[in-house]
Design a binder for this molecule. Sequence first.
Ligand code: SAM
Length: 341
Amino acid sequence: VALDKFSEQKPRYVRVNTLKIDTENAIRELRQEYEVQKDDMVPDLLILPPGADLHKHPLVTNGSIFLQGKASSMAAVALGPKPGWEVIDACSAPGNKTLHLASLMKGKGKIIACELNEERVKRLKYNVKLAGATSILCVSSCPPPICIRKIPDKLKILLDEIMRISPMRSKPSICVLLYVEVKHGDFLKLDPNDPSYSKVRAILLDPSCSGSGTAFERLDHLLPSHSAGHSDHADVRRLQKLAGFQKKVLEHALSFPAVERIVYSTCSIHQIENEDVVSSVMHLASSHGFQLATSFPQWPRRGLPAFDGSEHLLRTDLTTDKEGFFIALFVRKGVQKPKDY
Ligand code: SAM
């Protein structure tokens, strides 16, 4: 009962998918039913009253808005990708952050969305399509970040149709403005020195974690089967195993040669998955020229004082923010912070 009350008080957050709808238009539509405010830190994130049930709202079912919490929406903003960049989302399903990146990149650039689990890849592909982020094509003479050299037959028909109905004299060129490539596989198996990743400038790493900062996981701990079946020992072993994996994937992300910015995030409240993982890679990070940077400097809740520099880290709190989340931002020295973030 206490937890029900707890989640009832939590405002509902929705993130506007600006690839499909303008934020002001989304607000106008939602205001027909709800009070709506803009979040003061995350652009295009809206706050609705606790209890607002939007699951069947047409803006949700057609992919114009996504139900995404504030803390989780801070990760892509902290990464700060620019339109035209190439970015890897290393552990991406169901794709909340992948699609947020696509919005922040204003539909221009390339996102490699990697996911190991086959079932979750299906969900990811569905969401990418729903968000209208599969590939955004531009027909004209635009400066293309990525060009299609071999135009598929269906596109040729489309081009012929455009020629027929438009006043264009010469054959129009076609380019892909945004390309989200869903990669079913293990991020650890992507070779950082493969030329396909030589232009990747940012990596978002949101790996599997204990989920101890989410309402679902907290409720799980109340189930009788949980207390009967789980010993503290098993919990500690599980956390250690997760932390080992998290360290491995973070080290892998740090080894991509052209990467300038990396966000490591979890929805865990445990130091072992958060500050301890970051602290364990600091030596390697600095040997690759990375240092920690402060994302959202105005945010008051920072990392636990586990090591020098942990004040750069960001935490959200179960009591105050109703959600436990963690963000670490690594920036390669000498690389300017993108404007606007
Ligand atoms: N970033 C996602 C979002 O915001 O929607 C949530 C990611 S979830 C916390 C972690 C994901 O990482 C899971 O879908 C899991 O299957 C995937 N995963 C775990 N190990 C992986 C690996 N080695 N390579 C790629 N994906 C992996």
